[in-house]
Design a protein. Structure first.
Length: 152
């Protein structure tokens, strides 16, 4: 009357594992596919001269080839991560206000109700000068940013 547990079917298990890998592999490939401008990829020292008195945006900026960026502010070591891309001679860091990206729409909806921004708004820079070791950017709102390459 005691029923023994049946042994798992190895072919079924292998099929499930193969199916999961076939499902995950395209997403991993898409995530790590190079999207950033290769000339800007790397570690940069950022010096931001704003027109606003007392504002300092100096720090270290990492631009990765998969379109991700990471910034650590020099003064208080506050850090932020966001997407980046280059289009029509402009560098975009983070999601811009007019973006229709679903995460931006959700973040704006959340901000309207709680006054807390889970995704800070992005910044748009005009690329003034582009060299291998130094890049000069002009902010669309105010100020000039200079990126100096840091050897890795």
């Amino acid at each position: 009357m005691i029923h023994e547990a049946s042994r798992p079917n190895r072919k079924a298990r292998r099929g499930i594992i193969a199916g999961c890998l076939l499902f995950v592999a395209p997403f991993a490939g898409w995530w790590y596919w190079p999207r950033g401008d290769a000339r800007l990829v790397g570690k940069w020292q950022l010096e931001y001269k704003s027109l606003a008195p007392g504002f300092s945006g100096n720090g270290t900026l990492w631009l990765y080839s998969n379109g991700a960026s990471h910034f650590v502010q020099k003064v208080n070591t506050v850090s932020a991560s966001s997407p980046w891309w280059v289009s029509e001679g402009r560098l975009f860091l983070g999601e811009t206000r007019d973006s229709s990206h679903p995460l931006r729409v959700a973040a704006d909806w959340f901000f309207e109700r709680t006054w807390h921004h889970p995704l800070p708004p992005g910044e748009v820079f005009d690329i003034v000068a582009l060299g291998q070791q130094q890049i000069t950017l002009r902010s669309a709102t105010d100020g000039i940013a200079t990126l100096t390459r840091i050897p890795e």
